[in-house]
Design a protein around this ligand. Sequence first.
Ligand code: ATP
Length: 349
Amino acid sequence: MAQITVTGLSTVYPNGVRAVDGLDLTVADGEFFALLGPSGCGKTTLLRTIAGLEQATEGTLSIGDRDVTSVEPGKRNVAMVFQDYALFPHMTVTENIAYPLRVRRQPKATQQEVAARTAASLSLSALLERRPGQLSGGQQQRVALARAVAMDADVLLLDEPLSNLDARLRLEARTFLKRLQRELGVTTVFVTHDQAEALALADRIAVMEAGRIRQLGSPREVFARPADTFVANFIGSTPMNLLDGVVEGGQVAVAGATLPAPLPLDDGTKVVVGIRPEYLALGADGITGTVSTVENLGVSSLLTLECPDGTLVGVTVREQHEPAVGARVTVAPEAGRLLLYGKEDGRLL
Ligand code: ATP
């Protein structure tokens, strides 16, 4: 069992920055867990605190049944892959992968055998004698992963593992990583600022801001029902529409239209209406505006509608239904897709 349990955890740097601020979190055994958030939200610090590279200032941290809060990094049985892979440039691929076994003074034959087997599972067999300088970014990333895997650790920690790869390699490496994690069944925490990556890979995602968790849930949950407007803004490849609205007789007045309110609220309540561009469909009844821009997204296009009251609304349409700039169109949210947030606190109502 390698469940990670974090209780009331804070990590404060000597300069007073509270990078992790009283976090409670449980990562299940075998789970693929993403820490997602903008630069500076504390996700790397949390990862490094789990690894023992930063010392927790408050709270406790357990791996399995063992309290490791004060255990030194080398004795936590965690393997970490760094953003820049941190391979040893003077060592071959085999030597890099076998390094953790060498440190533990395993017999030479075991080192060779584990390195060869791990390399094979990561499609590196043809590269065993090369040095890191003779490898592509994607290959280096796999060597770093192989070295971590060869440690046979209870927990795998990945710090932005795909960020050094170009867009196409990234997609390939994503699939690879997901398959590897499934096969190994090792509890894995990975840090990313890329919401698409977190959605694609993780079993669950913690969206962080300022050292705290804003929302924790499955990719579907955080995408379909962001807990607040911060998460709503952060998740999704096209930003969610967040429009000012007022409740009136079971309806919400928004962008010059009235739409059915998804929950009963007092008349006059000011809300923020959240609708993803993907969940707005062209129709006869709903929000009407003039198409001011059309952005090509490949199979679909992102329209910006300018409504008579000046509100701008993003709408995604399939490319064959794309109206021209200047056209007047009406769009309505698909059933169950309209979310309401508190005007003051930005929390999902
Ligand atoms: P990024 O994606 O940019 O790496 P992050 O979400 O991983 O960001 P952290 O690197 O954990 O964020 O940083 C969290 C906060 O702690 C930031 O305000 C950062 O400036 C601060 N910080 C990070 N490392 C240190 C350090 N060694 N000393 C002091 N402050 C630090």
